[in-house]
Ligand binder design. Structure first.
Ligand code: FES
Ligand code: FES
Length: 136
């Protein structure tokens, strides 16, 4: 099966590969696995006080499409609000990368990883909120 040029480009030059500090309360970490193939994707976001994603990093153990999907997503989420990032649909990734039907689950994995990262960030923020009030 031939990969599209965009997949090959992201695969050869993945954007934003790396790790953010998991303990940082402004960082959300999403870790998801694809039951279909066993691939694993970790996507992290760093969020500013006004709820804008300033940075994003990923690490993916998986196929070319999974790597390309997560690379593309880290580019897309930067500068977006959490709401905007949560609204990104896997079909947009499928279109952008011209993924074939058997690779659609790779884009689903990427969408899920962003949602999981946002969830994690919100959970962390909710957990530290009471302390902030106590201190005030
Ligand atoms: Fe796992 Fe894609 S099937 S690498
Ligand atoms: Fe399973 Fe791509 S994530 S084949």
């Amino acid at each position: 099966m031939a990969y599209s040029n965009k997949v090959i480009d992201h695969y050869n030059n993945p954007r934003n590969v790396g790790v953010l500090d998991k303990e940082d309360p402004t960082v959300g970490t999403g870790m998801v696995g694809a039951p279909a193939c066993g691939d694993v994707m970790r996507l992290q976001i760093k969020v500013s006080e006004d709820g804008v994603i300033q940075d994003a990093k990923f690490k993916t153990y998986g196929c070319g499409s999974a790597i390309a999907s997560s690379s593309l997503l880290t580019e897309w989420v930067k500068g977006k609000t959490l709401e905007e990032a949560a609204a990104i649909k896997n079909v947009e990734i499928v279109e952008e990368l011209a993924l074939p039907p058997v690779k659609i689950h790779c884009s689903v994995l990427a969408e899920s990883s962003v949602k999981a990262a946002i969830e994690d960030y919100k959970k962390k923020q909710a957990a530290i909120q009471p302390k902030v009030t106590e201190m005030a």
